[in-house]
Design a protein around this ligand. Sequence first.
Ligand code: NAD
Length: 269
Amino acid sequence: MKRKLENQTAIITGSSSGIGAGVAKSLAREGANVVVNFPTENSREDAEKVLAEIKADGGNGITLRCDVSKEADVKAMFDATREQYGTVDILVNNAGLQKDSPFEEMTIDQWNFVLGVNLTGQFLCAREAIREYLRRGIRPDVSVAAGKIICMSSVHEVIPWAGHANYAASKGGIMLMMKSIAQEFAWKKIRINSICPGAIQTPINRQAWETPEALKDLLTLIPYQRIGVPEDIGKAAVWLASDDSDYVNGASLFVDGGMTLYPGFTTNG
Ligand code: NAD
């Protein structure tokens, strides 16, 4: 059977760990060449490990260092990808982080750091991808779209989060950036959507699942009664990157076990 992303190239930002690593593996399994991006030399080894697993599984890819909050780094990552594979077909804007603080104590550095990576980083990468898609147009042998962008948002694009105002503001910002550019470029056959994960077991939220008590508390927020895994997001990313979702544009796809269903109102348990 033909794989869904054969001969396409995908950049997945922040893919040396967690959700990004899971998405890179899922896209590679469907035939995409993947760029496993990492921000600093500290994470190079992790990125190499992810790529080794992808190759052991029959996939293809390269690792590239790039801090997505830096314009020159982002341009260099797209240039290096073009040099290796000729073009880019899929961008997964995944890199993100938290710097939590009570609001009254939050420093301008904590605010700017989170907005700089989570929101400005997505802007810089999306802009580079759009430029490439406009330049190249549709490649009818691989997809009916001229290019796809998937933004990793969060349930916190709609659920307020006390103590995490910078993070929630970045995800709310992603929602309207994504929808605005989806509207702006739909007529160019560029599809742009978001995935909004609920609680996915990764290093970013270790304290929420690493003890039985913490996990029990977390599950009160998840009607489906399990924590998510990166593969749950990988499957959604394959669908949004492939022509199977061709009529989906500007959507926020919640992959959250029902976390956005106001679980406090449930009549069960
Ligand atoms: P993670 O910490 O494992 O992954 C984040 C990745 O981003 C890391 O690999 C990190 O190296 C990378 N990164 C950080 N700063 C970067 C920069 N400047 N340039 C490039 N890469 C950078 O956590 P995760 O849970 O896999 O998070 C991935 C995305 O999913 C984030 O955008 C996060 O907000 C989002 N998300 C996660 C959850 C969850 O429950 N885990 C829920 C909702 C949304």
